[in-house]
Structures are given as C-alpha cells and as structure tokens.
Design a protein around this ligand. Structure first.
Ligand code: NAD
Ligand code: UD1
Length: 348
C-alpha cells in the first residue's frame, strides 16, 4: 500500500485525516514540530482503530519542515525500507489569523519557507503528488453570493497571503517541470466538530479565537459568555453566515483528493471544500444549545476587524470531480464537537 507523508499530522485536521487514511489502508509517515499540537493525538487515533495491525502502518517523527536535513533523511529512509513516500498531504503551518497581523514575518518564514523546503526535497526524491491545505481566507468577497474557485483572490491578512504564495509556488513548480506534478489545493471553509468517538478533536494550545471552540468553552463554563460580533450585518438575522463543514467530511475529502490525483494525469487543481450551506452565528448557537441541551449565554458586541457577512462555498467542482460529498449536518457537528470538549476539557 502507498506510503503518504503527512506534515502537521498531529494537528486538528491532520489527526482526523490520518484516521480516515488509515481506514483506507494507506501507510503513514507523520511529521510535526508539535508547536500547536500533541503527538498524543496519534495514540488516540490508534485507540479508535483498536487494532495492533495499525501500529506498523504509522511512523511519527517530531521535527520541523524547515529542517531540510530532517526531511531528506525521512525520504531517504522510506526508500531504504522499501516503503517509498509516494504522496504528501501538507498541513504543517501556523494558522492564527489575528496573530499573523502582528507577526507577519513569523508566518512567512514558517509557512512559506517551510513549504519551499518540503517541495525541494519532494522534487529531489521524485515524489510529485501533493494535497495542500489552503483556505477560504484567500478570497476577497464582500458579496452575499457563494464563492467559486475562480472568484477574486485578495487575502487581507498575512496568513491568507502565505496561502496564496504557496499555491503560486506550486503552480510555478507544475508549469516548469514538464507538467509532471499532481497538485490539489484544497481551500477549506470552516471546519468544526470532532470524530464521533470524542477521542480526537480540536486542541488549541493558546486562547481560541474561532467561534466553535469558543462556543464549546462557554458551554462548559470556562468562558462565561459568547460575544457575537455584530447583529446588523446584511443577513437574515443580522449575524454573519459561514459554511461550516464537519471535520470528518473534510478528512474524507483529503482521501478522495489523493485518490483522484493518483488515478489521473498530472495536473494542478484548486478545489473549494465546503458544504455549500450557510449557517449564521445565531443559528449555530441555537442549534448547539438545542442538540446538546445546554446554555450559551451571549451578548452582541462590536464587529471584528476584517470580518465578512457571508462566506459560503460553491462546491460543485469538488463534488463533480472527486468521489466525495459532505454527509454530516450541523446537528452532528455540534453533537460531536461538544462530546470531544466535554470528555477532554483540557485537551489531550
Ligand atoms: P493545527 O495547528 O491543529 O495543525 C497544524 C500542525 O502543523 C500543528 O500540529 C503544528 O504543530 C504543525 N506545524 C506548524 N508549523 C510546523 C513546522 N514548521 N514544521 C512541522 N510542523 C509544523 O491546525 P489545523 O486546523 O489542523 O490546520 C491544518 C492546516 O489547514 C493549516 O495549514 C491551516 O492553515 C489550514 N487551514 C485550517 C483551517 C481551520 O479552520 N482549521 C482553515 C483553512 C486552512
Ligand atoms: C476566520 C478567519 C479566516 C480563517 C478561518 C479559519 C478572520 C477575520 N477570519 O474565519 O481567515 O480562514 O477563521 O481559521 O479572522 N464570531 C463571533 N464571536 C466570536 C468568534 C467569532 O461572533 O467570539 C463570529 C465571527 O464574526 C464570524 C463567525 O463567528 O462571523 C465565524 O468566525 P470564525 O470561527 O473566527 O471564522 P471566520 O471568521 O470565518
């Protein structure tokens, strides 16, 4: 079976994707610096799979993608062990959007330079299949219409700019290498929730800024009140609308993306990964309270700088070319996310 390198594989999206890939039989080489995660997520993944068979299918190396010598040794060893790395899913990166505004250089250095190191070593070992974690934050959209892959790209934060830069680097690699690479940029909308076991989930090591982890902490009492940023947006209930996607649907999109690349000719493709369904902040909060039978005290406060009224994917492209469609609804996202938080209030 193919051996896939997962950078950032102990993080939130990485750990759920590792689980989905193992279920499909892939061998995994995981690397992570653990700057924003714990390698305990791998033990939990194994616990969910409950089978010693999987022990031999995962190897973990703690290290940084900016360390080319470290990457080189991993690729070389995989060849020596007759388990050559044939594809990469590249999650490793810093992702705190507001932090990137204050520390742009840290984001450029970690995300972009780190990606360049990875792509160089991939090329050296003739590993030319990659799925990259991009983001809906690259789009400029002030409208109330779903976003297409061809919509205007104009990120307003250094975080989003690093994602565009990495996509551009990959496009350059594709065009200048006799079109021999297979590259899929997956542009995620808003992943939330957790695996249904409640054993793995989002584990922000610093104070969370995103809505869903904050809602979970209000539900367990560790944050006393949710602040909803504005109630006079041009939406049905005045609160902003987002395209929330269950983390396991997102994980499965990576498996489908990889399958697609392996089965098809070399190409460079951008895909929105969302459900195409918009949910307002108020709708999400009400659904969370209803499904989990709990209280989320909230108050309206000022709008957050840089926020947008409506960010929803047009997902026709991904659902037409990949063997994938999102299967889990907002109720399940709220139920599974809360189950993880309730069972693991302090993370792993
Ligand atoms: P995460 O922080 O949980 O995972 C990222 C992982 O990368 C972490 O485990 C971190 O320790 C590791 N890492 C960071 N820099 C590294 C480096 N230089 N070398 C090795 N490991 C490094 O975040 P996540 O939510 O799982 O996001 C995964 C990817 O998806 C990121 O690239 C992120 O930008 C992107 N993304 C996330 C979202 C989201 O809402 N979570 C949305 C769009 C895109
Ligand atoms: C944010 C980032 C985006 C990134 C995404 C995933 C900004 C402006 N955008 O998107 O670039 O891709 O995270 O990491 O930071 N909200 C509240 N109260 C809160 C927190 C959030 O009302 O305490 C609202 C926000 O106004 C927003 C919605 O909840 O309308 C979702 O917020 P969030 O989870 O931060 O995601 P995005 O804003 O979509």
């Amino acid at each position: 079976m193919k051996n896939i390198l997962i950078t950032g594989g102990t993080g939130y999206i990485g750990s759920h994707t590792c689980l989905a890939l193992l279920k499909r039989g892939f061998n995994l080489t995981i690397i992570d610096s653990n700057i924003n995660s714990s390698s305990l997520s791998i033990s939990r993944v194994k616990k969910i799979l409950k089978d010693e068979y999987y022990d031999e299918k995962i190897v973990f190396f703690k290290g940084d993608i900016r360390d080319k010598k470290f990457l080189d040794e991993i690729f070389l060893n995989s060849i020596k062990q007759n388990n050559r790395i044939q594809g990469v899913i590249h999650f490793a990166g810093l992702k705190a959007v507001s932090e990137s505004l204050f520390q742009p250089l840290v984001y450029w250095e970690n995300n972009v330079y780190g990606s360049i190191c990875l792509f160089e070593i991939m090329g050296k070992y003739d590993c030319k299949n990659i799925v990259f974690s991009s983001s809906a934050s690259i789009y400029k959209n002030n409208s109330l219409k779903p976003i297409l892959e061809t919509s205007e790209i104009k990120p307003c934060t250094p975080y989003g700019q690093t994602k565009v830069a990495i996509e551009n680097i990959l496009e350059g690699i594709f065009k200048t290498s006799s079109n021999s690479w297979r590259i899929a940029n997956l542009r995620y909308f808003n992943p939330i929730g957790a695996h249904e076991s409640g054993l793995i989930g989002e584990n922000p090591l610093s104070t969370p800024n995103n809505l869903f982890p904050i809602v979970c902490r209000v539900a367990d009492g560790s944050i006393c009140e949710l602040q909803i940023f504005g109630n006079d947006w041009p939406t049905n209930d005045g609160t902003p609308v987002r395209d929330y996607i269950h983390i396991m649907d997102l994980a499965e999109a990576h498996c489908a993306g990889l399958d697609f690349l392996f089965k098809n000719k070399p190409q460079f493709i951008n895909l929105n990964v969302g459900t195409g369904i918009g949910t307002s902040v108020l709708e999400l909060v009400n659904k969370f309270m209803e499904v989990n039978n709990c209280r989320i005290p909230y108050k309206y406060s000022q709008k957050r700088l840089g926020d947008l009224p409506f960010v929803v994917a047009e997902n026709k492209l991904i659902t037409s070319i990949l063997e994938w469609r999102p299967k889990r609804n907002i109720e399940q996202m709220c139920r599974d996310g809360w189950q993880w938080q309730k069972n693991n209030p302090n993370g792993f």
